[in-house]
Ligand binder design. Sequence first.
Ligand SMILES: NC(=O)c1ccc[n+]([C@@H]2O[C@H](COP(=O)([O-])OP(=O)(O)OC[C@H]3O[C@@H](n4cnc5c(N)ncnc54)[C@H](O)[C@@H]3O)[C@@H](O)[C@H]2O)c1
Ligand SMILES: [Zn+2]
Length: 345
Amino acid sequence: VHEILIPGRERVLIGRGLLDATALLGERDRLPGSVAVFTQPGAAPAARSLVRSLRREGAAAELRVLPDGEAAKDLAVAADCYRWLGDLGVGRDGLIVGVGGGSITDVAGFVASTWLRGVEVIHVPTTVLAAVDAAVGGKTGVDLDGKNLVGTFHSPSLVLIDVDIVEAAPPELRREGFAEALKCGLIADGELLRLLETEREAADLEEVVRRAVSVKAAVVTDDFREAGTRQILNYGHTIGHAVEAPGGFRHGPAVAIGMAAAGRVSALVCGFPDEVRQREAIEGLGLPTTAPGVDRAEVHRLIERDKKRRGAEVRMVLLEALGMPRVSTVDRATVDAALTAIGIA
Ligand SMILES: NC(=O)c1ccc[n+]([C@@H]2O[C@H](COP(=O)([O-])OP(=O)(O)OC[C@H]3O[C@@H](n4cnc5c(N)ncnc54)[C@H](O)[C@@H]3O)[C@@H](O)[C@H]2O)c1
Ligand SMILES: [Zn+2]
């Protein structure tokens, strides 16, 4: 079992065949008052077996299956969760556990951070994306008109990543998480980049997860509330988010396209020499680098909306070189050149 620490915040455990009550409860001297486990359809078998294991250890554990996917990240769903916690009598000494993809860890974290002004939460990510990104770093959220508009910072006490469970997820989900893992390789870990370039989708999942989580943990340690350096985790996300909805992409492919665009901006603004190598790495993972058919004006509109929320110019994470990210303001002409590079007419 491999352990990664975010000092003063969370402990991440990565291994195989890991998920049971013992790993979850750790070395505490008494059981939590009650354990409320939230999950989603795709992760329900893993969550059920965890609940059985908790009960065998004498814990009062209950399970609730929330709507699948992004539909779980809704204030009405959160309100149902609060009522359920009330019915179960989950008090300040209770424990909330989120077993599932990023939708579940986001809503479980949000509910845990607000129920009775905050109770302990443990995340058990079951998708690659949740393992390398959503479950780590303490950001929670639900959607309101816009994605993640309502949320909190609330670190889990533990993130338990059972690679056997994550590995069982379908290939599209794996690819999606690999887009974020590749991002980590590009901004901070040359070994991870090489691993994904040479082994592609067959790369050892445990090592990919370990390396990507280490990158995220290191960045989050320096800047928990995203005032500065944490922004580098948004590499590929400015233009990525802007093509996501109009192109009907899932998040991973959208980030892949966004990284291709950011690669071009990086080449133009700060002489990034590895745009081609980066594009080949993305394509090697079966991820897209173009978004043909997406409307240029619509992409600009979405980038502008994002800019207004941040109250600044269009700022993007760029690469001066592999492993050397920096944040820069970018003008419209440069964004236009990048949109051309990703096939947006
Ligand atoms: N808080 C953060 O810092 C952060 C970072 C990145 C992403 N996110 C959020 O994460 C969410 C996306 O996460 P996701 O891609 O994991 O999506 P998800 O939670 O919607 O899961 C995707 C699908 O996979 C299924 N599933 C889950 N585990 C499975 C398994 N082991 N086997 C088979 N199917 C399984 C689910 O039932 C669901 O249908 C978004 O809402 C995003 O905003 C949050
Ligand atoms: Zn992302």
